[in-house]
Write a protein that binds this ligand. Sequence first.
Ligand SMILES: C[S@@+](CC[C@H](N)C(=O)[O-])C[C@H]1O[C@@H](n2cnc3c(N)ncnc32)[C@H](O)[C@@H]1O
Length: 223
Amino acid sequence: MFKNINENISLIEYLFKNNSETKEQKDLRELSYKTFGNIANMQVTPEQSSFLSFLIKIGNYKNILELGTFMGYSTLAMAIAVGDSGHVTSVDKDIKTTSIAANFWKSTPYANKISLINGDAKIVLQNLINEQKIFDFIFIDADKSSYKYYFETCLNLLADNGLIVFDNVLWKGKVFDQSINDSKTKAIREFNNYIKNDKRITTTMISIGDGMTLCKKKQTSRS
Ligand SMILES: C[S@@+](CC[C@H](N)C(=O)[O-])C[C@H]1O[C@@H](n2cnc3c(N)ncnc32)[C@H](O)[C@@H]1O
């Protein structure tokens, strides 16, 4: 019945050793912790960043949108994964963290693969829709209470067969503890319920890092 291994320090160290990071990725991850201490825990783990890269490579995704840049650790992983012809657009309202991120990217060969948009994600998404932009891979890691809104809006920005990945869907286990009912936990719980039977997508939820849900958009039928 229970096959999962409980997370412990040996498992985390083993995952670290077996998921390779480039020197730039390692330097940026360490810079985040040096600058922000435990707040840097909000960036994806190395195995999550390796997983995102893997998804991008096997799907041959080239046009990536990210909501929630922070220090640009996941952004950098995706910019490396998209290869020469790909591009990552990353959105965050925080000028302070993203200016450090942009500075760091400049010290790598990947700065020209990344466009940073500073602003509230809801407004930026509306602008991208108005500009008729289409992405084939969208990584959503901004404010959790807006996940349902981001899902609905991002479906309009996603190519057929494109993939949306949501981070933090397990919310440190709070979603399955019915005694916890703060607004963020409730929002993620509602979001998880909302998408699980959605006919427009094929979806799966996995326990990696703080939990990720993958949604593949089905081909739109054209008559
Ligand atoms: C979990 S962090 C992103 C971590 C990053 N994806 C990584 O793994 O390296 C979430 C980020 O979302 C940003 N954010 C939160 N609400 C937002 C909003 N409404 N619009 C834009 N950015 C937002 C925060 O400023 C924060 O930097």
